[in-house]
Design a protein around this ligand. Structure first.
Ligand code: ADE
Length: 275
């Protein structure tokens, strides 16, 4: 099986990655079921990459239905050590405007019915999630946004991504509450993805694409799927350029990340599968 070092998970609106050479699709099965779609491996700027559409190319999975464990397991099996997650989000703060990009550095997990660990059944581990985003990978993405010279797109470093179960958008009261607990952006998919990536010892960072102001803003339209998709379509091409440039940077020196040793301090009982 081909080896990939950089994984790219494309969210809503980003169902394929341009520019991948020697592309080959893998239909994988894992102990956690099949991933959201075939995984396309190949070479981007000389670096081995793997691309996966989080909701499937035909967008058939609700956020609650995405097979997160199968996705991360399959990417790990392909050799992924750096995982770039591209995700549409609503803004919970005035300065984060639709079409802006955000590199969140924290998450609040409000999901309720998702399998969020590879451990259990006798294998015990508690990985640290104090710093859930790899700052080295986030730096690379920030540099890539800068290099890409997207004049009218503002990048915001840091912020807290509130992950809700969905699929319905939030009520006004919920939206205000997420703001009051420190949320910067809101989405439905980065948890448990970030936790599983940490358990798999992958460096993880999210490039969040702002599509709307959720429903808290007194003057802006309340989010609808139609509004979010219209803004996403404008942003998807920019996101591809940023990721492409980030891959180029990563491949220059394959930086080390604390996430690569996440289990060193977290593993209590070694699972049979890891021996
Ligand atoms: N994804 C994009 N916009 C969103 C919002 N307002 N709430 C949850 N997920 C979103």
């Amino acid at each position: 099986m081909s080896q990939a070092r950089i994984g790219i998970i494309g969210g809503s609106g980003l169902y394929q990655m341009e520019g991948i050479e020697q592309a080959r699709g893998y239909e994988l099965t894992t102990p956690y079921g099949t991933p959201s779609d075939r995984i396309v491996t190949g070479v981007l700027h000389g670096a081995p990459v793997a691309f996966l559409a989080r909701h499937g190319r035909d967008h058939r999975y609700l956020p609650s239905e995405v097979p997160y464990r199968a996705n991360i397991y399959a990417l790990k099996a392909l050799g992924v050590r750096y995982l770039i997650s591209i995700s549409a989000v609503g803004s919970l703060q005035e300065p984060l405007r639709p079409l802006d990009m955000v590199l969140p550095d924290q998450f609040i997990d409000l999901t309720r019915r998702r399998d969020s660990t590879f451990f259990g059944n006798g294998a015990v581990a508690h990985v640290s999630m104090a710093a859930p985003v790899c700052s080295v990978l986030a730096d690379v993405l920030a540099q890539a946004v800068h290099d890409t010279g997207l004049d009218n797109i503002q990048l915001h470093r840091g912020g807290t991504y509130v992950c809700i179960e969905g699929p319905a958008f939030s009520t006004y009261a919920e939206s205000q509450w997420y703001r009051s607990i420190g949320g910067s952006v809101i989405g439905m998919t980065n948890m448990p993805e970030a936790k599983l990536a940490r358990e798999a010892e992958m460096a993880y960072a999210t490039l969040a694409l702002v599509t709307d102001y959720d429903c808290w803003h007194p003057r802006e339209a309340h989010v609808t799927a139609e509004l979010a998709i219209a803004n996403l379509m404008q942003n998807a091409a920019n996101a591809q350029r940023v990721v492409s440039q980030a891959v180029r940077w990563l491949a220059l020196d394959w930086p080390r990340s604390a996430a690569h040793d996440a289990l060193a301090a977290g593993l209590v009982t070694r699972p049979a599968a890891m021996e």
